[in-house]
Write a protein that binds this ligand. Sequence first.
Ligand SMILES: NC(=O)c1ccc[n+]([C@@H]2O[C@H](COP(=O)([O-])OP(=O)(O)OC[C@H]3O[C@@H](n4cnc5c(N)ncnc54)[C@H](O)[C@@H]3O)[C@@H](O)[C@H]2O)c1
Length: 247
Amino acid sequence: MARLAGRRIIVVGGASGIGRATAAMFAQEGAAVAVLDRAADAAAQVARDIGGRATTVDVADPASVDAAVREAASSLGGIDGVVNAAGILSSGGIAETTPEEFSRTLAVNLTGIFLVVRATLPHLRQARGATVVNIGSGVGLMPTGPGTIAYVASKGGVIAMSKSMAAELAPDIRVNVVCPGLVDTAMTAPFLRDASGAVRPELAQRYPMGRPASPDEIAAAILFLTGAESSFVTGIAMPVDGGRTFH
Ligand SMILES: NC(=O)c1ccc[n+]([C@@H]2O[C@H](COP(=O)([O-])OP(=O)(O)OC[C@H]3O[C@@H](n4cnc5c(N)ncnc54)[C@H](O)[C@@H]3O)[C@@H](O)[C@H]2O)c1
């Protein structure tokens, strides 16, 4: 039986990578899906592919978030669940990261989630079994060495903020975080492979599983945390990282 039959879900960042895989899996599981993303054409294409709706949003802009959530809620007839998968990568240590880049990274990866949850709250409060799944990162659980100061700060914030949201919104709305390790998406494409197209061994060997995840492997965890099978799970930050953070 379809695990999300009758659920109305918005997938923010659904035009690419983990969000796109999630939107497709959710549609296959019977959900009505609205894809919200800054990349308007790609979002429209995903919506066509999965039989969903598309809405343009910049999650760093409060007015844009409010308008997009209003539009999605009206086209879906309500909102029962949210997946926050929009994000940007920022590389650079303390000295190389400008204040503007630091602020922008937090604005998209952290404040964006706050704004989306804030805007969807009135709809989620009217739903039964409402869920929020935010995408953190393994680096938010166990920060890597030097080099991604703004990104790590944003992901640590996502995990802490989501636990606080879970406490505030229980028992009616469950809030959980999925913390992926390395995933084969547009975000990692610039550095994941060498010239021959092979995954760089120095990256793969950080993971006991010895490889990056596919977006579907992350979407499967998001599906679990959105569906009724996880009805007693809230406030967790679930690593889906090929074992990187357990040792
Ligand atoms: N790929 C990985 O290895 C990895 C690992 C850990 C965590 N993550 C996290 O997973 C999430 C999804 O990443 P992905 O790998 O699928 O990347 P991706 O680049 O394939 O997809 C990110 C999506 O977010 C959208 N987006 C970016 N800025 C936006 C904004 N301001 N407003 C609205 N949409 C915006 C992009 O248009 C894109 O569609 C991100 O939060 C990322 O940090 C990714």
